[in-house]
Design a protein around this ligand. Structure first.
Ligand code: V47
Length: 381
């Protein structure tokens, strides 16, 4: 038998023999263990990882890749936390710091509204003076002005901080924001649950248990959320697998996570600027393993702002089924040295997805397809 026919008859080429029992589990639809996760993160057999992740991705979503038309709004970059990982947050007295007025938030939101944005993604720093009432007013003002737009607002970290400042329990804080118009929560602030690493990269943030507990409460009161993991800094394969297993365990309990977004650490302008930048190889491995481990979270997003459009496009063949959206204006990654654009047009996203051989579907935040005519759009239920 020559080499070519050997490849043709032996299924996927698995170079790393440790992956063979994992492939058998994937083919049988079995859950992977924490130990399997560690093995996967230690493997460099990127084609085998991609093959397995693509198998699961196509089982769940066929050839569809989702995108949305959204706008990010960051009302303030003032933050009391001073995390070493972050280049965005500034001290309250920093002359370069900004805080928008309510009117400015409402006005910024409207820029580009003509393009029929379906989601505002709203996150900011932990401001020591802005009150829960101020944020409720911001949200209800947005709802009043843009009633058709889904408000995905405040990370678990912001929720815990607002609750502490308002001296309210977290469920009451979330209820107040929900009544004001918050529809769901983004996935940020989870970073990595490992206490050892968290102490170095974000020591003033809530710990992993508190992040998970805040998500648990949000899900219980009917607010869905996303979830994230920050990689490419000081974490080990064990830390990565542990983080994914903890998210999966909470999802078994609440079914409240919609999408998982792995986020690569960008070191520029941070206290960890000596660390190397992420690579395409690492980004694709992270996407693939996330798809394999998180068997109960429906969607895996390759966030193009963080990965670059080129890698996010290839990721659609390595386990991802979402590429995020138009975004319009992005500060958190660009302050940390991201060289990607801050805005992709709808037609740019369509081209990227089609070129990857995937079928683009515009979605709203709940993953209902959106259909557009020249000037209007409707959500297809
Ligand atoms: O929470 C901060 C991370 C997150 C840096 O839910 C950094 O749909 C890399 O959560 N290098 C914000 N990462 C972004 C985020 C997100 C993005 C897109 C979609 C969704 C969603 C959520 O970015 C932060 C933190 O984890 N971050 N600084 C940095 N220097």
């Amino acid at each position: 038998m020559n080499n070519l026919s050997a490849v043709a008859t032996s299924g996927p080429a698995i170079e790393d023999r440790r992956l063979k029992p994992i492939l058998a589990k994937i083919e049988a639809g079995e859950r992977l263990s924490y130990e399997d996760g560690v093995t996967l993160f230690r493997s460099s057999d990127i084609l085998a990882l991609g093959y397995m992740a693509n198998l699961v991705r196509e089982r769940l979503h066929g050839s569809v890749t989702y995108f949305n038309v959204n706008r990010h709004i960051n009302p303030t970059d003032v933050c009391v936390a001073s995390c070493r990982l972050c280049a965005f947050g500034k001290r309250v007295k920093d002359p370069t710091a900004y805080t928008m007025s309510l009117e400015q938030v409402w006005e910024v939101a409207g820029k580009g509204y003509a393009e029929a944005v379906t989601e505002f993604h709203i996150v900011g720093g932990l401001h020591p003076e802005l009150t829960l009432d101020w944020f409720c007013q911001m949200i209800s003002g947005l709802k009043e002005r843009y009633p058709g737009v889904h408000l995905k607002a405040f990370t678990m970290v912001e929720i815990a901080y607002l609750a502490k400042r308002a001296r309210l329990p977290i469920p009451d804080t979330l209820e107040r924001l929900k009544t004001a118009g918050v529809d769901s929560l983004p996935g940020g602030g989870a970073e990595i649950f490992s206490e050892r690493v968290r102490r170095i990269i974000c020591d003033h943030k809530i710990d992993g248990e508190q992040w998970l507990e805040t998500a648990r409460i949000a899900h219980r009161i009917g607010l869905k959320s996303n979830c994230t993991l920050l990689y490419g800094h000081l974490e080990t394969a064990e830390d990565l697998s542990d983080h994914l297993v903890k998210l999966r365990a909470l999802q078994d309990e609440t079914h409240g996570f919609v999408t998982f977004i792995p986020l690569a650490f960008h070191p520029d302008n941070t206290a960890l600027s000596h660390l190397p930048k992420t690579t395409g190889f690492n980004d694709l491995r992270q996407i693939a393993i996330s798809r394999l481990m998180l068997d109960n979270i429906p969607h895996i997003k390759a966030y193009w702002i963080m990965m670059t459009p080129s890698v996010a496009q290839i990721a659609q063949r390595f386990g991802a089924n979402d590429i995020d959206g138009t975004v319009v204006e992005e500060k958190i990654y660009h302050d940390a040295g991201a060289t990607t654009a801050q805005h992709l047009r709808r037609q740019d996203l369509l081209r990227l997805i089609r070129e990857a051989g995937r079928e683009p579907v515009e979605r709203d935040t709940a993953y209902r397809p959106v259909s557009r005519t020249e000037s209007a759009f409707t959500v297809l239920v």
